[in-house]
Design a protein around this ligand. Sequence first.
Ligand code: SAM
Length: 209
Amino acid sequence: MRTNLATSPSYFDTMYAGSADPWDLAGRWYEQRKYALTVAALPRRRYRRAFEPGCSVGVLTGLLAGRCDRVLATDRVPAAAEAAARRNRDRPHVEVRCMAVPDEWPEETFDLIVLSELLYYFDDATLQEVLKRTVDGLEPGGTLVTVHWDHPVEDHLRTGTQLAPLLTGVPELAPLGRLSDPDFVLQTFTRRLPDGSAVPAPAAAEGLV
Ligand SMILES: C[S@@+](CC[C@H](N)C(=O)[O-])C[C@H]1O[C@@H](n2cnc3c(N)ncnc32)[C@H](O)[C@@H]1O
């Protein structure tokens, strides 16, 4: 674990200069399984508009596109954003932009925000800014899903287990579910309604409980 210093932007540029898919996100069964679990954890059948910052080469983006009317996917590295756009070119409801969060953040609001393998790159202040913008950009009742590698890595400031309480501590977010896999921590939340209550969980939403 490093000291509290955010990962430098040049780190990501260097990664993509060395490989078109530096984490082999399109190839590994580990990633395919994790992406399937991520999408399966979404509490609603359909979403109107999703935001996925740090989309890399756009593999998860393509799966999200199957559940969403529109997806905005962004990455700070132009080569990654171009690869994501290429991968999803047959999905006209997917828009890919080159943006570095949190300094660049879309103006619109979303009913789904996906933070997958991203938050451990941020120092404390940047992480708090990302979480604030996430809450502000999530519509009441909207879903946040987070998923993060749970092993110590030199380039990561936190593991999934260390990120988890920081997320559950955000008062506007109502925790919905958590999957602690041996290798990652996946959490789902809903944005609380203005009166502070949470939208019903899936079974209650269909009148089962
Ligand atoms: C480990 S990859 C994760 C990709 C994808 N979210 C997934 O779960 O498979 C992290 C990605 O986040 C991007 N990234 C890092 N910091 C970012 C930032 N501040 N804004 C946007 N993208 C960022 C990197 O360029 C990289 O493509």
